[in-house]
Write a protein that binds this ligand. Structure first.
Ligand SMILES: [Zn+2]
Length: 291
């Protein structure tokens, strides 16, 4: 298995005044457009840029949204391609389903399948999905049945987005099984993160869950792993860094997070392929795949 390496090649350091503005939640400074944004001015020196208009609705959806008790999922945060996995045998090769009616985003299931295929090459083959997408009604029933210690209220669970799934091993406890150990080592190479790690329980507010994986996509999963971050910490990390470049899977990326108070403009490398995701905290993370 090839080992991917993420390199933070460049961190454009940004002016103190901008950082202070960004760090103060609700500060009036965040309400400005980014025409005078030092990160943009610095980046423009690096070559041709084009503008992308961003709207507030985009802060609520995408692979990088933070969903927890303080940041409920909005309508825009539910992936539009939720499917019943059992009806798509091409998406469920190489692993089992604990429940026949398990649903998930088709795109996320495709990435998960590719990861399971890579695990099989390493001889690790006993994966089973025990939970995928839950709609608000299912989440409500679970919350009412299990209580606040074991379930999250509707809208506060990542399972309500289609981006997350619980993965088990048919060989035993996930934490100590070959499946659990393989995923801890390799999930980030495939765009997934262990969402509730042992050493982040105070930040996530959730106990260690060796079974709960969340899709965030490359190169974000690699950066999150490299820097030992919880998803709660990632958007703030990006805000502090300004514009960063990262390398994953042989591709080079530029990443920036833009505060979108109603409306904003992102300036991206002119010929880059751009992917947008809200952070569900008032910003849009702009990922440009560099040519
Ligand atoms: Zn879960």
């Amino acid at each position: 298995m090839k080992k991917w390496v993420v390199l933070l090649l460049l961190a454009v350091l940004i002016g103190n005044s901008y950082m202070q503005r960004q760090q103060k939640e609700g500060d009036a400074g965040r309400m400005e457009g980014d025409a005078g944004n030092p990160t943009v001015l610095a980046a423009e020196k690096n070559g041709n840029r084009r503008s992308i208009e961003l709207s507030e609705a985009q802060t609520y959806g995408g692979n990088l949204i933070l969903v927890n008790s303080a940041h409920p999922v909005r309508e825009e945060g539910v992936l539009p391609d939720i499917v019943a996995l059992a009806a798509h045998p091409e998406l469920t090769e190489g692993y089992g389903l604990l429940e026949a009616d398990t649903r998930l985003s088709a795109a996320v299931a495709e990435r998960f399948g590719a990861m399971i295929e890579a695990a099989a090459e390493d001889g690790v083959t006993h994966f089973r999905i025990s939970s995928g997408y839950r709609d608000m009604e299912e989440q409500r029933r679970m919350y009412e049945a299990k209580g606040a210690d074991y379930a999250l209220p509707p809208g506060r669970s990542e399972h309500n987005t289609g981006l997350s799934l619980d993965v088990g091993s048919m060989l035993g406890e996930m934490g100590s099984s070959p499946e659990g150990e393989w995923l801890i080592r390799h999930a980030a190479e495939h765009g997934f993160i262990l969402r509730y790690p042992k050493d982040k329980t105070e930040i996530t507010g959730i106990q260690y869950e060796p079974w709960h994986f969340r899709y965030v996509g490359l190169p974000h999963s690699m950066i999150i792993e490299e820097h030992g971050l919880a998803l709660e910490e990632y958007a703030a990390f990006l805000r502090k860094k300004g514009i960063i470049q990262a390398e994953a899977n042989g591709e080079r990326y530029e990443i920036q997070v833009v505060a979108v108070p109603g409306h904003a403009t992102a300036h991206v490398p002119a010929d880059a392929e751009v992917e947008l995701s809200g952070d569900n905290q008032g910003g849009v993370i702009v990922t440009s795949r560099l040519k």
